[in-house]
Design a protein around this ligand. Sequence first.
Ligand code: ADE
Ligand code: ZN
Length: 347
Amino acid sequence: MKYVKMYKTKFDLLEFISKLPKAELHLHLEGTLEPEMMLEKAKKNGVKLPYNSIEDVKKAYRFKDLQSFLDLYYLGVSSLVDEDDFFDLAYAYFKKASSQNVKRAEVFFDPQAHTRRGIDFSTVIKGIYKAAKKAEDELNVSVGIIMSFLRDMPESSAEETLEQALQYRKWIIGVGLDSKELGNPPSKFERVFKRAREEGFIAVAHAGEEGPAEYVWEAIKLLKVSRIDHGYHILDDPTLTEKVSQEKIPLTTCPLSALKLNHITPLDKFPIKTMLKLGMIPTVNSDDPAYFGGYLNENYYQIAKVLKLSASDLATLAKYSIMASYIQYDKKVDLFNIVDETYCEIF
Ligand code: ADE
Ligand code: ZN
């Protein structure tokens, strides 16, 4: 009998990653504002920015830490003013996501980054929602919109934001917590999260990105989140590590973000293999791709290369992203099957 070659020994990494259906669970729409669009919108809206060219903008993208990034991020969003601006921003991202085989995108937006400079909540959400609807109809990307409260603003401002969101209740699946973490623990937002959960929003929060494990405990116990965004400092606390892995609380990790904000350098220290070994549910995400040098596939690719992840690891990570998303069960099963088919194709 003739020898049948069972396994290909090599596979093209980027091609395999591109083919895997994936969910993006940690992406700030404002963090997808590419320098070209920023300058174009600033010109259209008469907004003054301290940049004369795209090169100027890119040169400014060297970050010391989270705050030095946030300063530029909030400056950049000031170029967005009307509903069309928010539509264009969101739709450009959904097109990119679709081209990378992202089948589900759960995207954050920061209402207070706009309302505090005089833009109506309704202007922002209407533009984003229209783009999401069009992406679902025309790009085959399922979308969930999560509104994030800025944790460096008072809880009363988050409560006002929640109030403004209630008339758009059907368009928004959840609430999140972002911006400057250190000094702004989850406990500051216990009441507004309780109210949001009572209104039927799911709850997630950035925790353990730059803040200590204690903030992750608070996010779980006080905010009752069903996912942790980032969560790197969980690993500093063995009891918390055990809890997160036992209870299968998913983590939305962001490799290039952690690298560019100097949370974890070099990239080979990124703890995703450790998390997998410990039975945790890490996922790969892009956070603010216009600022950190890569959308979802680039995040998978960089981390796979540096950590020598196997095809099986990558398929697991794609499955975890689907599992940790808030889409319906039958859709999860369909996407799981496509991951398996894609995996089988390389053998
Ligand atoms: N807002 C946008 N990106 C963020 C991040 N990585 N951490 C906290 N807040 C953010
Ligand atoms: Zn984030």
